[in-house]
Write a protein that binds this ligand. Sequence first.
Ligand code: FES
Ligand SMILES: [Fe+2]
Length: 375
Amino acid sequence: MQLTTTLTEQIVQNRIREVGINPNYWYPVGWADRVKPGRVIPVTVWQQAIAVFRDDGGRLYALEDACPHKGVALHKGEIQGCHLLCPYHGWEFNGMGECVKIPYFPPEQKLPPAKARHYPVREKYNLIWVFPGDATLADSTPLPEIPEYDDPQWLGVPIPAHFRAHFSTCNENTMDVFHGFLHRGLQGWFDPVLLNLSAGDNFVRADYRVSYRGLATQFLGISDRGDRVTTKTVSIGYNYPHYCSSLEGLSSIYLMRLPVGKVETRSFSYLFLKLPLPQWLLKSLKPQLTSLIWRFLFKRFLDQDVEMVESEQQNYMADPQRKYLEVNPAIIALQRTIIKQYELFLKSSPAETNGQGDRAYSSRATMEQQERKGA
Ligand code: FES
Ligand SMILES: [Fe+2]
């Protein structure tokens, strides 16, 4: 649906800072190459603690991070072959979360039906993806498409980020091109204009015209002359729950969001650039260039954003009833999509189990339904 691009004031619905996620999507939880065979890491997807482990054969699994014996965190355990051993009494779990051995049981004794919830898990774009919702929907739900990832003409810069803020605040920062003012000391963009805006239940797309000037712009291949003003169109696509933005095919950013909890959010992003350098040089300098761009350019932008977003969260928590004004219709559209997705999840998740005996899934849905009723 096409929406107006006129900037008019609207009261922000405070409810946006309290909504949960729609868990029926794939969420990134870590960089895949950091989890070597035999390693287990703790991750959290919207308050669900999960132990992600790679068995000795290289396969990834994701289990609820609580031993079904006494609730000890399974990520504190160890991998033996393709099993995860709880650190407390050594109960052994396979990748489906089933207890397959209790070391102090005689071999002939039947094992109790102890089971940790298991989550669908995938590995793509050097990211580990977990599906925290209804596992029966995982196969039919696509991961984001990142065509630049395997294309040698693009230089991909991985960008991790961590915010002490609700995911809605972080997502608004990404959609909000009018905050170029914040980055004015870093040769960021200026003179933004919202050109087009469209939105639906699971997406928002906004095209903005922006101007650039400066040597960094030239280095990044955005213009030939850093001393002149260059005007471009940046297209920002929010495809719930992640982002894909492009600057006229010259650069793009894929931002994969991980809502950790009510006031904690992470993201795993890739910035893709077409640098004005020959292919052979680009290939041989790739590690140095990626670290240079991350440390001296992108991280400085990100640090400024983190400070703003966290400050916004602090003031929201100090007075949740206070009203704030928004003037960018793209932000209002984004808030509607986030709320809509949460409502769709609440409607689609009955209080009973999801047919897989997934206690955590159903109890989360019930808890969130109750919270909503009480709100
Ligand atoms: S608590 Fe895990 S084996 Fe006992
Ligand atoms: Fe920013």
